[in-house]
Design a protein around this ligand. Sequence first.
Ligand code: PXP
Length: 239
Amino acid sequence: MAVLNVNIDHVATVRQARLTDEPDPVWAAVQCELAGANGITVHLRQDRRHICDRDVRILKETVACKLNLEMCMAEPIVKIAEAIQPDQVTLVPEKRAELTTEGGLDCVRHQTRLAEVVKRMHKKRILVSTFIAPDAEQIIASAQTHCDAIELHTGMYANAKGPGAIRKRLIDLERGRDLAMENKLVVHAGHGLTYRNIADVARIEGLCEFNIGHSIIARAVFVGIGQATAEMIKLIHKK
Ligand code: PXP
């Protein structure tokens, strides 16, 4: 059965809006975990716009479920991952001006660096997933560099308008899943998933881990993060 990792970056976004100490993403992680989350995801960006080093360090000590660190392959960030040793890293591209991660990682272009980072993470017993478009070349490059998993970028699905376009994006995800599984990669998915659009992707067999942030944190403002997490888990499990 597919599981949910809650991305709690935006709890830190609210804190950083006032450069204060609340709300604490560590408290959020506890609530998500109590509500049944399989994992906690945080993106340590180079500009530290939300999650900061202290958050990742304390989360490593306090999260009992999976800690998934989203990160780019810049050397200072890779060194932090080696030192803190989350359970998993999800490698993403990062542009300083973007509001959120825009596209998938180009594993073909960065294959040499990717192979090096994978080796270093594995030395520390950290699983490696690449955040990529459901594109054959990217999937093969992830497999060739010995990644453990890929996270299929669901942003194109989330932005698709009309049944035809949505269907096409779902087929792309299914094809990506097939090729990834043939190449022995575990398949995750995420980006732009909401309470309204999760059903169709949750029905795709083989997508085993969803990383969802914005929609859950947005709902949490009104119902609390525990309830928001539990409601999303219920939708993921509904077939
Ligand atoms: N997966 C990856 C790789 C991401 O970069 C993000 C955004 O931080 C997410 C999942 C979660 O996306 P959203 O906030 O749209 O749910």
